[in-house]
Design a protein around this ligand. Structure first.
Ligand SMILES: Nc1ncnc2c1ncn2[C@@H]1O[C@H](COP(=O)(O)OP(=O)(O)OP(=O)(O)O)[C@@H](O)[C@H]1O
Ligand SMILES: [Mg+2]
Length: 373
């Protein structure tokens, strides 16, 4: 299986920079989720890896082999990859077997080998016995499995999936995610899975790459993304996180001392002294009667997951609304004091201190090559 490396890969469409200096390395057999808002460049990165787009700059390597960049370009059919798209792209008039066989014929496999390979992959995706059906005789989930079986049949080193579950209902999506995990561990292939659904990414991936505006914000394990976001964008994007502006007074050994408004707090973090962000989730907030770190005013409540998700606007600092589950109905405008029990402090980095706008970028905080082994 090849290790996949992107080194300062860029792609521009006319005057639009769709992918902007993305560098990452993932180990063999990883399950990488490319996660980010719509238009952040996920599909373009996938197409660059597949060889369906040519980068303007940078290199793409499978192990030590340059497949794109430095004047080299290996065409898609020579890259040993399988692709699965949102739309399945099955041939409607062919049977399941015919759909899978198509790629094997192109690959020059003999009829007997093809038949054996088809039975093997149908078993892997849980469709043994359905080889003679046509796509319209299958459910959405079964069709998606055929698409996956077709891409697995050629035994690719790398499987690229672009929002493969977007057409399925929530229940089926969950079942298919579990299937993808199972098939990933069974085949040992490297999977790159594009999604804009963070729950999907966090549930299935060994590594998650968060993209925004064509750039890589962070590459990390799901747990690390949640607990130690590297930028305000990641902190807000993952787990419905919140950020509040702080002054970092001291930073040592993974702990920081910060000023949040007039409150002094000790929090985990790695921010340098100066302006920074305290990142946290709803589960890190606790309501108290007095002596809270954050004075707020209730602005609204919605019933969610068996409790009232309560939105509170800070009154003494210029910060965004924070939310936490409460048990009782409270009138809007009621003062609420909150203790922040845990969080993660990061440097100012890219972002602003006002309204969640992350367009202001500091060149000193550009992520360099991020590598996980
Ligand atoms: N062939 C193209 N020509 C011009 N612009 C393009 C082309 N392909 C993509 N783009 C632009 O590049 C940006 C990134 O597109 P891309 O499809 O990679 O985003 P994405 O993260 O996959 O979004 P989504 O979640 O909506 O699928 C978008 O602004 C898109 O309009
Ligand atoms: Mg896309």
């Amino acid at each position: 299986m090849p290790r996949l490396t992107l080194s300062t890969v860029s792609k521009r469409f006319d005057d639009f920079q769709a992918v902007d200096g993305v560098s990452l390395t993932i180990p063999d057999g990883a399950f990488l989720a490319l996660l980010g808002p719509s238009g952040s460049g996920k599909t373009t990165v996938l197409r660059l890896i597949a060889g369906l787009e040519v980068p303007d700059g940078g290199e793409i390597l499978f192990d030590e082999t340059i497949v794109a960049g430095h004047g080299a370009f290996l065409p898609p059919e020579k890259r040993g990859i399988g692709m699965v798209f949102q739309s399945y792209a099955l041939w409607p008039t062919m049977t399941v077997r015919g759909n899978i066989e198509f790629g094997l014929k192109v690959g020059g496999l003999k009829p007997r080998e093809r038949a054996a390979r088809i039975e093997e992959v149908l078993k892997v995706v849980g469709l043994a016995g359905l080889g003679d059906r046509r796509p319209h005789e299958l459910s959405g989930g079964q069709r998606q499995r055929v698409a996956l079986a077709r891409s697995l049949a050629t035994r690719p080193n790398l499987i690229l999936l672009d929002e493969p579950l977007a057409n399925l209902d929530a229940h089926l999506r969950e079942a298919m995610l579990a299937e993808f995990r199972r098939i990933h561990s069974l085949t040992g292939s490297t999977f790159v899975f594009v999604t804009h659904d963070q729950d999907e990414a966090m549930a299935v991936a060994t590594h998650v790459a968060v993209m925004d505006h064509g750039r890589l914000e962070q590459l990390a394990t799901p747990e690390e993304l949640y607990r130690k976001p590297a930028s305000p964008m990641v902190a807000r994007f993952i787990g419905r996180g919140r950020t509040l502006p702080v002054r970092v007074l001291k930073s040592e050994g993974g702990r920081t001392r910060v000023m949040l408004g007039q409150q002094l707090l000790d929090m985990p973090g790695n921010a340098p002294v100066g302006y920074g962000w305290l990142c946290f989730h709803a589960s890190d907030l606790k309501r108290v009667n007095e002596g809270g770190h954050l004075k707020t005013e209730l602005v609204g409540q919605v019933f969610q997951n068996g409790s009232l998700l309560s939105h509170c606007l800070p009154t003494e600092i210029d910060g965004d609304v924070v939310s936490l589950p409460l048990d009782e109905r409270i009138a809007p405008g009621t003062p609420i004091e909150l203790v922040i029990t845990d969080g993660w402090v990061i440097g100012e980095g890219r972002g602003t201190h006002s309204n969640g706008d992350v367009t202001r970028r500091s060149s000193t905080c550009r992520p360099g090559v991020i590598s996980l082994r």
